[in-house]
Design a protein around this ligand. Structure first.
Ligand SMILES: [Fe+2]
Length: 302
């Protein structure tokens, strides 16, 4: 039973590092963390060293980092991955240094090829503590990928990695928590209908007012709002989806159901109707989640 602490960080590829650093700092409201390495940029919304890293590449997902509950989780995780024939390597020392983490292992999600790091011990960052600015961001929320084979990806996360399904909407999307983290979802898998990709990622905000004020603030800045404000039926979260300079979909979300470690409610399967996604039944711009490659880094031997 592998145990996790939280979704640790998201590594994104962007087409223009300076432009994206400015956007995530000034428009989204993250704090830039000094980087000694010009080709990796760090931003945070917590006391961790970083919550997202930016790298030059085809816009989309480079890697997902999940923090394990303890170092004792590494050996059993390596075993279950090896048992199912999934490639596992130690996180290279150079990447540990770049990500400011302790030891861990890296594997690749079998369908999308997304690199997954499972690590312990991210250090803090030098400099001032994170202070919210344009939006009262509380923490990194979740990430949703779309998978060319949704069932296979969900099985990998549940049967091998011990994530728990919280809810699903028919065969469109499955929401999971990284056990025993209580939040309804740290990770989601959408039905990519034959094509894998990054769907969106989210920052939790502290107040409903952050959703409303952000909508008007982003509109004034000319940032495309592609869905919302609305309210997700499965998690109860209010949401606002908008685009970054590369067209990646970012979400502010407020409020989320929390699950106890034991005797959690059973997952629900909700019908494939607009109300299941958005209780307020608002329109969805086709640009939502239209951009987002998954970087393919699985080594040839794997
Ligand atoms: Fe979301």
């Amino acid at each position: 039973m592998i145990r996790y602490k939280q979704l640790g960080y998201i590594a994104l590829n962007v087409s223009d590092l300076d432009r994206s650093v400015a956007y995530y700092r000034d428009t989204v409201g993250l704090q830039q963390v000094e980087s000694a390495t010009p080709d990796v940029r760090y931003l945070r919304c917590s006391d961790k060293h970083h919550d997202i890293t930016l790298h030059l590449g085809k816009p989309g997902l480079k890697r997902i980092g999940f923090e394990l509950e303890s170092e004792a989780q590494i050996a059993p995780l390596r075993k279950v991955l090896t048992d199912v024939g999934n490639a596992v390597v130690d996180i290279p020392a150079a990447d540990q240094a770049l990500m400011h983490t302790g030891p861990g292992i890296r594997t690749w999600e079998p369908v999308s090829g997304a690199a997954l790091d499972f690590y312990v011990g991210m250090t803090g960052a030098a400099g001032p503590a994170f202070e919210p600015t344009v939006a009262k961001i509380q923490r990194l929320g979740h990430l949703v990928v779309r998978s060319a084979d949704q069932d296979a990806t969900v099985r990998f996360f549940t049967d091998v990695l011990n994530f728990k399904v919280s809810d699903e909407i028919d065969d469109a999307v499955t929401f999971m928590r990284c056990f025993p983290n209580p939040y309804h979802h740290s990770f989601g898998v959408g039905n990519g209908k034959g094509k894998s990709g990054l769907h969106h990622f989210a920052f939790m905000v502290s107040e409903t007012d952050d959703i409303g004020t952000s909508m008007w603030r982003l509109k004034k800045l000319g940032v495309p709002i592609v869905n919302g404000p609305g309210r997700h039926l499965p998690s109860g979260s209010m949401f606002l989806y908008y685009l970054d300079p590369d067209g990646l979909t970012v979400e502010y979300t407020f409020g989320m159901e929390e699950f106890p470690e034991e005797r959690a409610r059973e997952p629900r399967t909700l019908p494939l109707v607009l109300k299941s996604f958005d209780l307020w039944e608002g329109p969805v711009d086709p640009r939502k989640a239209a951009v987002g490659e998954v970087e393919q880094s699985r080594p040839a031997f794997a």
